[in-house]
Design a protein around this ligand. Structure first.
Ligand SMILES: [Zn+2]
Length: 588
Protein backbone atom coordinates (compact mmCIF):
# COMPACT_ATOMS: atom_id res chain seq x y z
CA UNK A 1 0.00 0.00 0.00
CA UNK A 2 1.18 3.48 -0.78
CA UNK A 3 0.99 6.71 1.20
CA UNK A 4 -0.92 9.82 0.22
CA UNK A 5 1.70 11.23 -2.09
CA UNK A 6 2.49 7.99 -3.75
CA UNK A 7 5.52 6.78 -1.83
CA UNK A 8 6.19 5.00 1.42
CA UNK A 9 4.12 2.39 3.20
CA UNK A 10 0.64 3.24 4.43
CA UNK A 11 1.57 2.97 8.06
CA UNK A 12 1.34 5.67 10.71
CA UNK A 13 2.47 6.51 14.21
CA UNK A 14 -0.03 8.64 16.09
CA UNK A 15 1.61 11.21 18.32
CA UNK A 16 -0.10 13.25 21.03
CA UNK A 17 1.35 15.63 23.58
CA UNK A 18 0.08 17.73 26.45
CA UNK A 19 2.10 20.10 28.59
CA UNK A 20 1.13 20.64 32.20
CA UNK A 21 -0.57 23.91 31.21
CA UNK A 22 -2.54 22.16 28.49
CA UNK A 23 -3.85 19.76 31.08
CA UNK A 24 -5.19 22.69 33.06
CA UNK A 25 -6.97 23.87 29.94
CA UNK A 26 -8.48 20.44 29.42
CA UNK A 27 -6.54 19.71 26.22
CA UNK A 28 -6.38 15.98 26.59
CA UNK A 29 -4.30 13.17 25.17
CA UNK A 30 -7.35 10.99 24.67
CA UNK A 31 -9.08 13.66 22.60
CA UNK A 32 -6.01 14.02 20.36
CA UNK A 33 -5.53 10.29 19.93
CA UNK A 34 -9.26 9.92 19.21
CA UNK A 35 -9.06 12.49 16.40
CA UNK A 36 -5.94 10.88 14.95
CA UNK A 37 -7.44 7.39 15.04
CA UNK A 38 -10.46 8.67 13.16
CA UNK A 39 -8.26 10.28 10.51
CA UNK A 40 -6.05 7.20 10.12
CA UNK A 41 -9.10 4.94 9.77
CA UNK A 42 -10.69 7.21 7.15
CA UNK A 43 -7.48 7.43 5.13
CA UNK A 44 -6.80 3.70 5.40
CA UNK A 45 -3.59 3.92 7.42
CA UNK A 46 -2.42 1.07 9.57
CA UNK A 47 -1.57 2.44 13.02
CA UNK A 48 1.79 1.08 14.20
CA UNK A 49 1.75 2.68 17.62
CA UNK A 50 0.09 5.44 19.60
CA UNK A 51 2.68 7.51 21.43
CA UNK A 52 1.90 10.03 24.14
CA UNK A 53 4.01 12.67 25.84
CA UNK A 54 2.27 13.72 28.99
CA UNK A 55 3.36 16.86 30.79
CA UNK A 56 6.13 17.72 28.32
CA UNK A 57 6.61 21.15 26.82
CA UNK A 58 6.98 21.64 23.05
CA UNK A 59 9.91 23.94 23.67
CA UNK A 60 12.28 20.98 23.85
CA UNK A 61 12.82 18.37 21.21
CA UNK A 62 13.96 15.78 23.70
CA UNK A 63 10.90 14.10 25.13
CA UNK A 64 10.45 10.38 25.90
CA UNK A 65 7.55 9.98 23.45
CA UNK A 66 9.07 11.96 20.60
CA UNK A 67 12.33 10.09 21.07
CA UNK A 68 10.42 6.84 20.71
CA UNK A 69 8.85 8.21 17.52
CA UNK A 70 12.30 9.06 16.15
CA UNK A 71 13.67 5.63 17.04
CA UNK A 72 10.78 3.94 15.24
CA UNK A 73 11.17 6.17 12.18
CA UNK A 74 14.86 5.37 12.06
CA UNK A 75 14.11 1.64 12.25
CA UNK A 76 12.13 2.05 9.04
CA UNK A 77 8.72 1.06 7.75
CA UNK A 78 6.93 4.13 9.07
CA UNK A 79 5.01 5.96 6.36
CA UNK A 80 3.79 8.85 8.44
CA UNK A 81 3.94 10.42 11.86
CA UNK A 82 0.68 12.13 12.56
CA UNK A 83 -0.17 14.80 15.13
CA UNK A 84 -3.29 16.85 15.61
CA UNK A 85 -1.66 20.28 15.50
CA UNK A 86 1.78 21.41 14.46
CA UNK A 87 2.43 22.72 17.96
CA UNK A 88 1.94 19.21 19.36
CA UNK A 89 5.20 18.29 17.61
CA UNK A 90 7.18 21.48 18.21
CA UNK A 91 6.80 25.23 18.30
CA UNK A 92 10.32 25.81 17.11
CA UNK A 93 10.58 26.13 13.30
CA UNK A 94 14.19 25.02 13.41
CA UNK A 95 13.18 21.85 15.23
CA UNK A 96 10.36 21.27 12.80
CA UNK A 97 12.62 21.70 9.79
CA UNK A 98 15.12 19.34 11.39
CA UNK A 99 12.49 16.70 12.02
CA UNK A 100 11.02 17.04 8.53
CA UNK A 101 14.46 16.53 6.97
CA UNK A 102 15.42 13.77 9.33
CA UNK A 103 12.22 11.81 8.74
CA UNK A 104 12.43 12.28 4.99
CA UNK A 105 15.72 10.36 4.98
CA UNK A 106 13.80 7.32 6.17
CA UNK A 107 10.88 7.88 3.83
CA UNK A 108 8.61 9.12 6.59
CA UNK A 109 6.38 12.18 6.42
CA UNK A 110 5.67 14.29 9.47
CA UNK A 111 2.12 15.58 9.24
CA UNK A 112 -0.02 17.70 11.51
CA UNK A 113 -3.70 17.78 10.68
CA UNK A 114 -3.60 21.58 10.74
CA UNK A 115 -0.58 21.78 8.41
CA UNK A 116 -1.02 23.47 5.10
CA UNK A 117 -0.51 20.05 3.83
CA UNK A 118 1.34 19.64 0.58
CA UNK A 119 5.00 19.52 -0.28
CA UNK A 120 4.92 22.74 -2.31
CA UNK A 121 7.37 25.47 -1.47
CA UNK A 122 4.48 27.58 -0.30
CA UNK A 123 3.39 24.87 2.06
CA UNK A 124 6.90 24.53 3.47
CA UNK A 125 7.19 28.24 3.97
CA UNK A 126 3.84 28.52 5.69
CA UNK A 127 4.70 25.65 7.95
CA UNK A 128 7.97 27.28 8.90
CA UNK A 129 6.39 30.67 9.43
CA UNK A 130 3.69 29.24 11.60
CA UNK A 131 6.17 27.59 13.88
CA UNK A 132 8.28 30.73 14.06
CA UNK A 133 5.33 32.87 15.04
CA UNK A 134 4.29 30.50 17.77
CA UNK A 135 7.79 30.53 19.23
CA UNK A 136 7.56 34.26 19.90
CA UNK A 137 3.95 33.87 20.93
CA UNK A 138 4.80 31.27 23.52
CA UNK A 139 6.51 33.72 25.84
CA UNK A 140 3.73 36.23 25.42
CA UNK A 141 1.10 33.63 26.11
CA UNK A 142 2.83 32.60 29.30
CA UNK A 143 2.95 36.17 30.54
CA UNK A 144 -0.61 36.88 29.40
CA UNK A 145 -1.99 33.84 31.11
CA UNK A 146 -0.21 34.71 34.36
CA UNK A 147 -1.58 38.25 34.24
CA UNK A 148 -4.98 36.91 33.24
CA UNK A 149 -5.09 34.54 36.19
CA UNK A 150 -4.27 37.33 38.61
CA UNK A 151 -6.95 39.57 37.15
CA UNK A 152 -9.47 36.78 37.43
CA UNK A 153 -8.47 36.28 41.05
CA UNK A 154 -8.96 39.96 41.77
CA UNK A 155 -12.48 39.77 40.30
CA UNK A 156 -13.19 36.94 42.72
CA UNK A 157 -13.20 34.23 40.07
CA UNK A 158 -11.73 30.88 40.89
CA UNK A 159 -8.46 30.39 39.12
CA UNK A 160 -8.38 27.04 37.37
CA UNK A 161 -6.22 24.40 38.94
CA UNK A 162 -5.81 20.86 37.80
CA UNK A 163 -8.09 19.50 40.47
CA UNK A 164 -10.73 21.18 42.60
CA UNK A 165 -10.21 20.73 46.36
CA UNK A 166 -11.80 17.63 47.90
CA UNK A 167 -15.57 18.09 48.14
CA UNK A 168 -15.68 20.81 45.49
CA UNK A 169 -16.07 20.79 41.71
CA UNK A 170 -15.65 23.48 39.08
CA UNK A 171 -18.58 25.07 37.35
CA UNK A 172 -18.42 24.31 33.60
CA UNK A 173 -16.88 27.76 32.87
CA UNK A 174 -14.24 27.05 35.55
CA UNK A 175 -14.93 30.44 37.12
CA UNK A 176 -16.34 29.17 40.39
CA UNK A 177 -16.48 26.21 42.71
CA UNK A 178 -19.58 24.35 43.77
CA UNK A 179 -19.96 21.97 46.69
CA UNK A 180 -20.42 18.27 45.94
CA UNK A 181 -22.18 17.15 49.14
CA UNK A 182 -21.34 13.43 49.04
CA UNK A 183 -17.64 14.21 48.49
CA UNK A 184 -17.67 17.03 51.04
CA UNK A 185 -18.80 14.46 53.60
CA UNK A 186 -15.35 12.88 53.22
CA UNK A 187 -13.65 16.21 53.86
CA UNK A 188 -15.84 16.75 56.91
CA UNK A 189 -14.91 13.31 58.23
CA UNK A 190 -11.22 14.19 57.87
CA UNK A 191 -11.71 17.35 59.95
CA UNK A 192 -13.74 15.46 62.54
CA UNK A 193 -11.08 12.79 62.95
CA UNK A 194 -8.36 15.43 63.23
CA UNK A 195 -10.48 17.35 65.77
CA UNK A 196 -10.72 14.13 67.81
CA UNK A 197 -6.94 14.20 67.95
CA UNK A 198 -6.32 11.40 65.47
CA UNK A 199 -2.89 11.29 63.89
CA UNK A 200 -2.68 11.78 60.16
CA UNK A 201 -1.62 8.16 59.78
CA UNK A 202 -4.80 7.03 61.51
CA UNK A 203 -6.90 9.23 59.19
CA UNK A 204 -5.00 7.95 56.17
CA UNK A 205 -5.64 4.34 57.13
CA UNK A 206 -9.33 4.97 57.86
CA UNK A 207 -9.83 6.61 54.45
CA UNK A 208 -7.99 3.87 52.62
CA UNK A 209 -9.85 1.16 54.52
CA UNK A 210 -13.15 2.70 53.47
CA UNK A 211 -12.05 3.13 49.87
CA UNK A 212 -12.43 6.93 49.93
CA UNK A 213 -10.70 8.36 46.84
CA UNK A 214 -8.60 11.53 46.96
CA UNK A 215 -9.64 14.64 45.03
CA UNK A 216 -7.59 13.27 42.14
CA UNK A 217 -9.30 9.90 42.37
CA UNK A 218 -6.38 8.04 43.89
CA UNK A 219 -6.84 5.28 46.46
CA UNK A 220 -3.72 6.11 48.42
CA UNK A 221 -3.65 9.10 50.75
CA UNK A 222 -0.40 10.80 51.59
CA UNK A 223 0.13 12.57 54.89
CA UNK A 224 1.06 15.66 52.88
CA UNK A 225 -2.35 15.71 51.17
CA UNK A 226 -4.15 15.44 54.50
CA UNK A 227 -2.01 18.16 55.98
CA UNK A 228 -2.82 20.44 53.02
CA UNK A 229 -6.55 19.78 53.35
CA UNK A 230 -6.52 20.59 57.07
CA UNK A 231 -4.74 23.87 56.42
CA UNK A 232 -6.80 24.88 53.38
CA UNK A 233 -8.98 27.91 54.10
CA UNK A 234 -11.63 26.83 51.58
CA UNK A 235 -12.92 24.66 54.43
CA UNK A 236 -12.91 27.45 57.05
CA UNK A 237 -16.06 29.49 56.37
CA UNK A 238 -16.17 33.16 57.34
CA UNK A 239 -18.97 35.66 57.67
CA UNK A 240 -19.17 38.80 55.61
CA UNK A 241 -17.39 40.96 58.18
CA UNK A 242 -14.43 38.61 58.40
CA UNK A 243 -14.28 38.56 54.61
CA UNK A 244 -14.36 42.33 54.27
CA UNK A 245 -10.96 42.50 55.92
CA UNK A 246 -9.25 40.20 53.42
CA UNK A 247 -11.11 40.30 50.10
CA UNK A 248 -10.19 42.69 47.28
CA UNK A 249 -12.89 45.41 46.94
CA UNK A 250 -14.14 44.14 43.59
CA UNK A 251 -14.97 40.74 44.97
CA UNK A 252 -17.23 41.98 47.82
CA UNK A 253 -20.08 43.27 45.65
CA UNK A 254 -21.14 39.84 44.42
CA UNK A 255 -21.45 38.29 47.88
CA UNK A 256 -24.69 37.60 49.72
CA UNK A 257 -24.29 39.34 53.10
CA UNK A 258 -26.43 36.64 54.76
CA UNK A 259 -24.14 33.82 53.72
CA UNK A 260 -20.77 32.49 54.79
CA UNK A 261 -17.89 31.75 52.42
CA UNK A 262 -14.61 29.88 52.43
CA UNK A 263 -11.43 31.45 51.08
CA UNK A 264 -9.19 30.22 48.29
CA UNK A 265 -5.81 31.92 48.36
CA UNK A 266 -4.35 32.73 44.99
CA UNK A 267 -0.69 33.54 44.44
CA UNK A 268 0.92 32.11 47.57
CA UNK A 269 3.53 30.41 45.49
CA UNK A 270 4.94 30.51 42.03
CA UNK A 271 6.30 27.46 40.31
CA UNK A 272 9.17 27.52 37.88
CA UNK A 273 9.81 24.55 35.65
CA UNK A 274 12.67 23.39 33.56
CA UNK A 275 13.50 20.24 31.69
CA UNK A 276 16.86 18.96 30.56
CA UNK A 277 18.35 15.90 28.93
CA UNK A 278 21.70 14.37 29.75
CA UNK A 279 23.58 11.38 28.49
CA UNK A 280 24.82 8.91 31.07
CA UNK A 281 28.05 6.95 30.78
CA UNK A 282 25.95 4.10 29.39
CA UNK A 283 24.91 6.31 26.50
CA UNK A 284 21.30 6.25 27.72
CA UNK A 285 19.31 9.44 27.76
CA UNK A 286 18.28 10.82 31.08
CA UNK A 287 15.29 13.17 31.19
CA UNK A 288 15.19 15.49 34.13
CA UNK A 289 12.37 17.74 35.07
CA UNK A 290 13.19 20.15 37.78
CA UNK A 291 10.92 22.58 39.49
CA UNK A 292 11.52 25.34 41.91
CA UNK A 293 8.85 26.80 44.13
CA UNK A 294 9.00 30.37 45.26
CA UNK A 295 6.96 31.53 48.24
CA UNK A 296 5.40 34.89 47.53
CA UNK A 297 4.94 37.58 50.20
CA UNK A 298 1.59 37.84 51.98
CA UNK A 299 0.64 41.15 50.37
CA UNK A 300 0.64 39.48 46.95
CA UNK A 301 -1.89 36.84 47.94
CA UNK A 302 -5.40 37.29 46.63
CA UNK A 303 -8.39 35.89 48.56
CA UNK A 304 -11.13 34.37 46.42
CA UNK A 305 -14.48 33.60 48.05
CA UNK A 306 -15.82 30.08 47.53
CA UNK A 307 -19.16 28.57 48.61
CA UNK A 308 -19.59 27.53 52.24
CA UNK A 309 -18.56 23.89 52.57
CA UNK A 310 -20.87 23.71 55.64
CA UNK A 311 -18.27 22.06 57.82
CA UNK A 312 -18.80 23.81 61.18
CA UNK A 313 -15.99 26.36 61.69
CA UNK A 314 -15.43 25.17 65.26
CA UNK A 315 -14.64 21.68 63.93
CA UNK A 316 -12.13 23.11 61.49
CA UNK A 317 -10.51 25.18 64.23
CA UNK A 318 -10.45 22.22 66.62
CA UNK A 319 -8.84 20.04 63.94
CA UNK A 320 -6.12 22.60 63.39
CA UNK A 321 -5.50 23.13 67.09
CA UNK A 322 -5.28 19.39 67.64
CA UNK A 323 -2.74 19.07 64.84
CA UNK A 324 -0.55 21.70 66.42
CA UNK A 325 -0.68 20.26 69.88
CA UNK A 326 1.83 17.51 70.20
CA UNK A 327 0.22 14.84 72.23
CA UNK A 328 0.43 11.15 72.62
CA UNK A 329 -2.77 9.22 72.15
CA UNK A 330 -4.00 8.29 75.61
CA UNK A 331 -6.39 5.60 74.52
CA UNK A 332 -4.30 3.57 72.11
CA UNK A 333 -1.32 3.31 74.42
CA UNK A 334 2.29 3.88 73.56
CA UNK A 335 3.31 4.35 69.94
CA UNK A 336 6.48 2.40 69.28
CA UNK A 337 8.18 4.50 66.66
CA UNK A 338 10.72 1.84 65.73
CA UNK A 339 8.33 -1.10 65.66
CA UNK A 340 7.12 -3.02 62.66
CA UNK A 341 10.60 -3.89 61.48
CA UNK A 342 12.04 -0.36 61.50
CA UNK A 343 14.52 -1.40 64.18
CA UNK A 344 16.27 -4.64 63.37
CA UNK A 345 18.72 -6.82 65.22
CA UNK A 346 22.19 -6.77 63.69
CA UNK A 347 22.94 -10.09 65.40
CA UNK A 348 20.30 -12.24 63.76
CA UNK A 349 18.40 -9.98 61.36
CA UNK A 350 15.01 -10.26 63.05
CA UNK A 351 12.88 -7.28 63.96
CA UNK A 352 13.39 -5.72 67.39
CA UNK A 353 10.24 -5.56 69.47
CA UNK A 354 9.11 -3.26 72.23
CA UNK A 355 8.76 -4.36 75.84
CA UNK A 356 7.47 -2.39 78.86
CA UNK A 357 8.35 -2.80 82.51
CA UNK A 358 5.64 -3.18 85.12
CA UNK A 359 4.23 0.23 86.05
CA UNK A 360 5.90 2.03 88.95
CA UNK A 361 3.91 3.46 91.84
CA UNK A 362 3.40 6.69 89.94
CA UNK A 363 2.12 4.74 86.91
CA UNK A 364 5.17 5.30 84.70
CA UNK A 365 6.81 2.47 82.80
CA UNK A 366 10.22 1.91 81.35
CA UNK A 367 10.16 0.90 77.74
CA UNK A 368 12.81 -0.89 75.72
CA UNK A 369 13.50 -2.41 72.36
CA UNK A 370 15.12 -5.83 72.33
CA UNK A 371 15.77 -8.67 69.90
CA UNK A 372 12.45 -10.46 69.58
CA UNK A 373 14.01 -13.64 68.25
CA UNK A 374 16.43 -13.96 71.18
CA UNK A 375 13.74 -13.16 73.75
CA UNK A 376 11.47 -15.83 72.37
CA UNK A 377 13.93 -18.56 71.37
CA UNK A 378 16.74 -18.26 73.85
CA UNK A 379 20.17 -16.70 74.32
CA UNK A 380 21.90 -19.20 72.04
CA UNK A 381 19.93 -18.00 69.02
CA UNK A 382 21.37 -14.48 68.86
CA UNK A 383 24.43 -12.73 70.28
CA UNK A 384 22.58 -9.43 70.78
CA UNK A 385 21.37 -9.10 74.37
CA UNK A 386 21.19 -5.31 74.37
CA UNK A 387 18.22 -3.32 75.54
CA UNK A 388 17.56 0.11 74.09
CA UNK A 389 15.60 2.63 76.15
CA UNK A 390 12.83 4.21 74.06
CA UNK A 391 13.30 7.63 75.59
CA UNK A 392 16.88 7.65 74.36
CA UNK A 393 16.89 5.81 71.06
CA UNK A 394 13.64 7.19 69.61
CA UNK A 395 14.56 10.90 69.88
CA UNK A 396 18.08 10.19 68.61
CA UNK A 397 16.88 8.37 65.52
CA UNK A 398 14.25 11.02 64.79
CA UNK A 399 16.75 13.82 65.24
CA UNK A 400 19.01 12.24 62.63
CA UNK A 401 16.25 11.41 60.18
CA UNK A 402 14.39 14.71 60.49
CA UNK A 403 17.70 16.53 60.17
CA UNK A 404 18.13 14.79 56.86
CA UNK A 405 14.61 15.55 55.72
CA UNK A 406 14.96 19.20 56.61
CA UNK A 407 17.74 19.36 54.09
CA UNK A 408 15.90 18.39 50.91
CA UNK A 409 18.86 19.19 48.71
CA UNK A 410 20.92 16.63 50.55
CA UNK A 411 18.07 14.18 50.27
CA UNK A 412 17.89 14.79 46.54
CA UNK A 413 21.61 14.19 46.20
CA UNK A 414 21.18 10.95 48.10
CA UNK A 415 18.34 9.88 45.86
CA UNK A 416 20.28 10.64 42.73
CA UNK A 417 23.35 8.86 44.02
CA UNK A 418 21.27 5.82 44.77
CA UNK A 419 19.79 5.79 41.28
CA UNK A 420 23.27 6.16 39.83
CA UNK A 421 24.42 3.15 41.83
CA UNK A 422 21.51 1.10 40.64
CA UNK A 423 22.16 2.09 37.10
CA UNK A 424 25.87 1.35 37.40
CA UNK A 425 25.09 -2.08 38.80
CA UNK A 426 22.96 -2.82 35.77
CA UNK A 427 25.12 -1.10 33.22
CA UNK A 428 28.12 -3.23 32.21
CA UNK A 429 26.76 -6.73 32.35
CA UNK A 430 23.38 -6.16 30.70
CA UNK A 431 24.93 -4.40 27.72
CA UNK A 432 27.15 -7.41 27.16
CA UNK A 433 24.26 -9.75 27.81
CA UNK A 434 22.09 -7.75 25.50
CA UNK A 435 24.66 -8.02 22.72
CA UNK A 436 25.04 -11.71 23.38
CA UNK A 437 21.34 -12.43 23.02
CA UNK A 438 20.95 -10.16 20.02
CA UNK A 439 23.84 -11.94 18.32
CA UNK A 440 22.25 -15.25 19.22
CA UNK A 441 18.97 -14.17 17.62
CA UNK A 442 20.79 -13.27 14.41
CA UNK A 443 22.66 -16.54 14.45
CA UNK A 444 19.41 -18.45 14.87
CA UNK A 445 17.96 -16.71 11.83
CA UNK A 446 21.06 -17.56 9.77
CA UNK A 447 20.88 -21.19 10.86
CA UNK A 448 17.23 -21.33 9.95
CA UNK A 449 18.10 -20.10 6.47
CA UNK A 450 20.88 -22.67 6.25
CA UNK A 451 18.62 -25.57 7.23
CA UNK A 452 16.03 -24.50 4.69
CA UNK A 453 18.71 -24.46 2.00
CA UNK A 454 19.96 -27.88 3.05
CA UNK A 455 16.48 -29.29 2.83
CA UNK A 456 15.91 -27.65 -0.56
CA UNK A 457 19.10 -29.26 -1.84
CA UNK A 458 18.03 -32.61 -0.49
CA UNK A 459 20.82 -32.80 2.08
CA UNK A 460 18.39 -33.33 4.98
CA UNK A 461 14.91 -34.76 5.06
CA UNK A 462 11.75 -32.84 5.87
CA UNK A 463 11.45 -34.49 9.29
CA UNK A 464 15.07 -33.63 10.09
CA UNK A 465 14.34 -30.06 9.10
CA UNK A 466 11.29 -29.93 11.35
CA UNK A 467 13.29 -31.22 14.32
CA UNK A 468 16.07 -28.70 13.70
CA UNK A 469 13.64 -25.81 13.35
CA UNK A 470 11.87 -26.82 16.56
CA UNK A 471 15.18 -26.69 18.43
CA UNK A 472 15.88 -23.28 16.93
CA UNK A 473 12.47 -22.04 18.07
CA UNK A 474 13.32 -23.10 21.61
CA UNK A 475 16.58 -21.23 21.47
CA UNK A 476 14.87 -18.16 20.14
CA UNK A 477 12.30 -18.24 22.91
CA UNK A 478 15.09 -18.28 25.46
CA UNK A 479 16.84 -15.36 23.79
CA UNK A 480 13.60 -13.39 23.62
CA UNK A 481 12.87 -14.09 27.26
CA UNK A 482 16.32 -12.92 28.29
CA UNK A 483 16.05 -9.77 26.21
CA UNK A 484 12.66 -9.08 27.78
CA UNK A 485 14.16 -9.46 31.22
CA UNK A 486 16.88 -6.94 30.41
CA UNK A 487 14.28 -4.50 29.13
CA UNK A 488 12.32 -4.84 32.37
CA UNK A 489 15.43 -4.04 34.41
CA UNK A 490 15.69 -0.76 32.55
CA UNK A 491 12.01 -0.14 33.22
CA UNK A 492 12.49 -0.71 36.92
CA UNK A 493 15.07 2.07 36.96
CA UNK A 494 12.66 4.38 35.19
CA UNK A 495 10.04 3.47 37.79
CA UNK A 496 12.47 4.17 40.57
CA UNK A 497 13.24 7.57 39.12
CA UNK A 498 9.56 8.40 39.00
CA UNK A 499 9.03 7.33 42.60
CA UNK A 500 12.13 9.21 43.67
CA UNK A 501 10.82 12.40 42.09
CA UNK A 502 7.46 12.02 43.84
CA UNK A 503 9.17 11.29 47.12
CA UNK A 504 11.48 14.27 46.83
CA UNK A 505 8.52 16.53 46.05
CA UNK A 506 6.60 15.30 49.05
CA UNK A 507 9.44 15.72 51.47
CA UNK A 508 10.38 19.11 50.14
CA UNK A 509 6.86 20.05 51.12
CA UNK A 510 6.93 18.39 54.50
CA UNK A 511 10.31 19.77 55.45
CA UNK A 512 8.87 23.23 54.92
CA UNK A 513 5.56 22.58 56.60
CA UNK A 514 6.92 21.35 59.84
CA UNK A 515 8.47 18.01 60.62
CA UNK A 516 8.48 19.26 64.19
CA UNK A 517 4.73 18.76 64.32
CA UNK A 518 4.99 15.06 63.61
CA UNK A 519 3.25 12.85 66.11
CA UNK A 520 4.93 9.55 67.03
CA UNK A 521 2.65 7.81 64.52
CA UNK A 522 3.68 10.24 61.79
CA UNK A 523 7.31 9.55 62.63
CA UNK A 524 6.79 5.82 62.41
CA UNK A 525 5.03 6.28 59.08
CA UNK A 526 7.89 8.41 57.74
CA UNK A 527 10.41 5.70 58.59
CA UNK A 528 8.34 3.17 56.77
CA UNK A 529 7.82 5.38 53.75
CA UNK A 530 11.53 6.08 53.50
CA UNK A 531 12.56 2.51 54.17
CA UNK A 532 14.62 3.65 57.15
CA UNK A 533 16.01 0.85 59.27
CA UNK A 534 17.82 1.15 62.59
CA UNK A 535 20.17 -1.82 62.80
CA UNK A 536 21.11 -2.65 66.40
CA UNK A 537 24.51 -4.32 66.35
CA UNK A 538 25.62 -6.64 69.16
CA UNK A 539 28.50 -4.24 69.97
CA UNK A 540 25.91 -1.64 70.95
CA UNK A 541 26.11 0.60 67.91
CA UNK A 542 22.91 1.51 66.15
CA UNK A 543 23.33 2.05 62.46
CA UNK A 544 20.70 3.77 60.39
CA UNK A 545 20.21 2.68 56.82
CA UNK A 546 17.67 4.05 54.44
CA UNK A 547 16.53 3.53 50.95
CA UNK A 548 14.29 6.10 49.39
CA UNK A 549 11.27 4.34 48.12
CA UNK A 550 7.60 4.79 48.88
CA UNK A 551 6.78 1.13 49.03
CA UNK A 552 3.63 -0.47 50.29
CA UNK A 553 4.97 -2.44 53.24
CA UNK A 554 2.74 -3.97 55.87
CA UNK A 555 4.01 -3.95 59.40
CA UNK A 556 2.57 -7.26 60.51
CA UNK A 557 4.06 -9.19 57.66
CA UNK A 558 7.62 -8.09 58.34
CA UNK A 559 7.48 -8.33 62.11
CA UNK A 560 9.99 -10.84 63.40
CA UNK A 561 10.93 -12.06 59.97
CA UNK A 562 14.63 -12.27 59.20
CA UNK A 563 15.93 -9.80 56.65
CA UNK A 564 15.67 -11.20 53.19
CA UNK A 565 16.51 -9.47 49.96
CA UNK A 566 12.99 -10.02 48.69
CA UNK A 567 11.50 -8.19 51.65
CA UNK A 568 13.58 -5.11 51.21
CA UNK A 569 11.92 -2.26 49.43
CA UNK A 570 15.03 -2.14 47.27
CA UNK A 571 17.88 -4.52 46.69
CA UNK A 572 20.37 -4.60 49.53
CA UNK A 573 23.16 -2.98 47.54
CA UNK A 574 21.06 0.19 47.57
CA UNK A 575 20.89 0.08 51.37
CA UNK A 576 23.89 1.93 52.60
CA UNK A 577 24.42 3.58 55.94
CA UNK A 578 23.26 7.16 55.98
CA UNK A 579 24.92 7.80 59.31
CA UNK A 580 25.63 6.01 62.53
CA UNK A 581 24.34 6.85 65.98
CA UNK A 582 26.14 5.38 68.95
CA UNK A 583 24.09 5.39 72.12
CA UNK A 584 25.69 3.32 74.84
CA UNK A 585 22.91 0.77 75.31
CA UNK A 586 21.93 -0.59 78.68
CA UNK A 587 22.92 -4.22 78.74
CA UNK A 588 21.27 -6.94 80.62
ZN1 LIG B 1 18.84 -10.85 67.32
Amino acid sequence: MQGINGHGPKTAILYARVSSDDQVRGYSLDQQIGTLRGWAAREGYEVLEEIRDEGWSAAYLERPGLDRVRDMVEAGGVGMVLAQDADRITRDPGHRAFLDDDFERFGTRLVALDDWGDDSHEGELLKFLKGWVSKGERLKIAERSRRGRREKALRGETVGHLTAPLGFAYTPDKKALVVVPERMAHAERIFEMAAEGRALLHIKKALERNGVPTARGKQTWSLGTLHTILRNDVYRSRDIEELRAILPPGAMTKLDPEKRYGVWWYGRQRHHQKQTVEFGADGQKRYRRGSRTEDLPREQWVAIPVPDCSIPPHVVDAARTARYEYRQPATTGYVWQLSGGVMRCGGCGHAMSGVSSVANKDGTRRRYYRCHHRARNGKHTCPNGNLYRTNKIEPEVWEKVSGLLKNPERLLIGIERMIEERRAALRGAPTREHEHWRADMEKIERMRGGYLDQQAEGLISMSELKAKLARLDERRETAERELGKLARQQESIAELERDAAALAERFRFEAREGLDLYTPEDIHDAYRALGINAIAHPDGNVELTGSVFLGDIHSDSVRSQPIERSQRPLSTDAMRPLFTVTPPPESR
